[in-house]
Write a protein that binds this ligand. Structure first.
Ligand code: DC
Length: 210
């Protein structure tokens, strides 16, 4: 193989889905470091749109209005989350945003905008670790590897103390029962229960599947 071939070789696309508190962020961060590929937290994108809708007083029931907002918003998701120049990293994790983000994510027009951004993000990097709810099923059904993380309900609630068990359960119910791209185990996904496992152990298992 020539040097040019080696350089142009793409990275894998790894889809990581699962409910709130299943360990997606921890596992995908560790995996991206281990493999030297970038990671995209798509939940942060839905949270950024929800934050901006609240900030601008846009009625969440106005599907077109929220979709127009999603289209016009310049969102950067990395170690910090920035929307139209405002650093909203902490704000998007607050109770106000968590309470409404599932309604924003159930809006098909918003999903169309964000899914397109997610595909462009991966195309620009020629691969990456992408975490969310519909990555293996809808965004990248041809991903090189699809992982569905889960954990016991009590453990997931323990990992989200600021949100609370009832709110986490409600959000998961909404995310799993919406009509467009609901959370579920994608075809061909490997399921990992993270309840009593170390991050290192999980990363080793995933890397062995590549
Ligand atoms: O991963 P998270 O908890 O930060 O995601 C916030 C919300 O965004 C979640 O309740 C559902 C929604 N979401 C989605 O519908 N699709 C994705 N790919 C990622 C998140």
């Amino acid at each position: 193989m020539t040097a040019v071939d080696a350089e142009s070789r793409p990275y894998p696309v790894i889809a990581i889905d699962g409910p709130a508190g299943s360990g997606k962020s921890t596992v995908s961060r560790a995996l991206s470091e281990r493999l030297g590929v970038e990671r995209l937290d798509t939940g942060a994108m839905y949270r950024a749109v929800a934050w901006a809708a609240l900030d601008r007083g846009i009625d969440l029931g106005d599907r077109q209005g929220v979709a127009d907002l999603a289209r016009s918003l310049v969102i950067t998701v990395g170690e910090r989350v920035v929307a139209d120049g405002s650093d909203i990293t902490e704000a998007i994790r607050g109770a106000e945003v968590s309470a409404v983000v599932s309604a924003v994510a159930a809006n098909p027009a918003v999903r169309a905008v964000l899914v397109e951004c997610q595909r462009q993000w991966v195309a620009a990097r020629r691969g990456g670790v992408v975490e969310g709810r519909d990555i293996g099923s809808a965004v990248f059904p041809q991903a090189d590897l699809k992982i569905y993380l889960t954990a016991s309900e009590s453990e997931r609630a323990r990992r989200r103390p600021e949100e609370g068990a009832d709110a986490v359960a409600r959000r998961d119910r909404l995310d799993s029962t919406r009509s467009v791209s609901p959370l579920g185990v994608a075809d061909g996904a490997r399921v990992i229960d993270t309840t009593e496992r170390s991050v290192e152990d999980i990363v080793e298992e995933v890397v062995a599947w590549l």
